[in-house]
Write a protein that binds this ligand. Structure first.
Ligand SMILES: C[S@@+](CC[C@H](N)C(=O)[O-])C[C@H]1O[C@@H](n2cnc3c(N)ncnc32)[C@H](O)[C@@H]1O
Length: 354
């Protein structure tokens, strides 16, 4: 006989799903606030009326008022009824208003536009087993991915991750050569270039629009003298004698990450190393039951696994293959020395060398 359902548990879980659905819809409003400059305009401005915010942003007051009501409902913005003022607390501005801040977290929402847009293609891929290539998603994925990862790199790449790569910072201070593979918009490349003006940084990605964006940002940041960005796959990027070859949140997206690592190994200077940055999630699915694990593994369903499948290689890792799988691949590529160099809530950073 079937056991009776626990009605309290049903209602509790229903509440959970309603909360999640609310967050999913509210995410669109967060993305609108991010992309329309509403959070930036509210940051440090004190309480503003909807008319003042509309004037400051050049947007339509009626839409802005509706958006503010949603922000109050989500407790992102505080409403003062006596003054009809809407306040973005400084602590919330630190997370929503400045894409260059290490605590900025609104970039993820830009990705959502692309991922929901890919839902039909993903349904078809589930049925056929074919991939959905990185380039098949809409442009919001490329910009959103860059915005999502940038704060974590800003907060730790130069201050913690590079110093944890044995001897690398001394080489970069003297003047070294670095290849950043799967660089996307190149924020990782440019952060390193800002810190080490005597070195040269070469960003490679197989996605032309990302390389175009990276070149433009490098120009705007005045870094064009020491960074270059070119279209190349991880398996055939040019150059050799690199002191450092980096893979930021991209190795698991590849169909043949082993060949990418083998190519990197051959391109290293004798005492060079690879920095492999991967999401901080576990191969044990029960260890990912937390907000970051949930977001990252869900992104694997929508982007990482389909990307690897579209490359028709021997591997379909997903983004939570775990350290042992990565270490095996590196070992097979001739990178026999391996260590966990650093860790953040979002990333694990591995150092691999011959
Ligand atoms: C998740 S994004 C990460 C981008 C960037 N490294 C970052 O951290 O913001 C993965 C990147 O890997 C690139 N990529 C995937 N497979 C590749 C391959 N086989 N060769 C070169 N680039 C590849 C994609 O074009 C994309 O820019």
């Amino acid at each position: 006989m079937a056991s009776a359902m626990d009605e309290d548990k049903v209602m509790e879980f229903l509440g959970r799903v309603v909360t999640d659905a609310g967050a999913a819809v509210a995410g669109l409003c967060t993305s609108l606030g991010d992309r329309l400059g509403l959070y930036t305009a509210m940051a440090g401005a004190g309480p503003l009326t909807s008319a003042q915010l509309a004037e400051k942003t050049g947007l339509t007051e009626r839409y802005v008022r509706e958006w503010l009501a949603a922000q109050v409902a989500g407790e992102y913005v505080v409403y003062d009824g006596d003054r009809d003022g809407y306040l973005l607390p400084d602590e919330h501005a630190a997370v929503l208003a400045d894409p260059s801040a290490p605590t900025y977290a609104a970039g993820f929402l830009t990705m959502m536009q692309a991922l929901y847009g890919s839902e039909d293609a993903l349904m078809e891929a589930f049925r056929t087993g074919e991939g959905v290539g990185w380039e098949e998603h809409s442009a919001a994925l490329f910009a959103g991915t860059a915005k999502f990862f940038r704060p974590g790199y800003t907060g730790a790449l130069v201050s913690e991750w590079l110093p944890a790569m044995n001897g690398t910072t001394a080489k970069l201070e003297r003047g070294g050569e670095v290849a950043d593979i799967g660089c996307g918009f190149g924020y990782s490349t440019m952060l390193m270039a800002q810190a080490y003006p005597k070195s040269h940084f070469h960003g490679f990605d197989f996605h032309q629009p990302s390389i175009d964006a990276a070149r433009q940002i490098a120009q705007e940041q005045g870094l064009a003298d020491r960074v270059s960005f070119d279209v190349a796959t991880a398996q055939d990027f040019p150059g050799d004698g690199y002191d450092l070859v980096t893979f930021f949140d991209c190795l698991h997206d590849m169909g043949d990450p082993g060949r990418a690592l083998a190519h990197a190994q051959q391109a290293l200077a004798e005492d060079g190393s690879c920095m492999i940055v991967e999401p901080n999630v576990s191969a044990d699915v029960t260890e990912n039951i937390n907000p970051i694990g949930r977001a990252v593994v869900s992104a694997s369903v929508a982007v990482c696994l389909p990307s690897a499948l579209a490359q028709h290689g021997p591997q379909t890792l997903g983004n939570h293959a775990g350290e042992a799988a990565m270490r095996d691949l590196a070992d097979g590529a001739g990178l026999h020395h391996w260590k966990l160099a650093a860790e953040s809530p979002v990333n694990r950073v591995y150092a691999a060398s011959r």
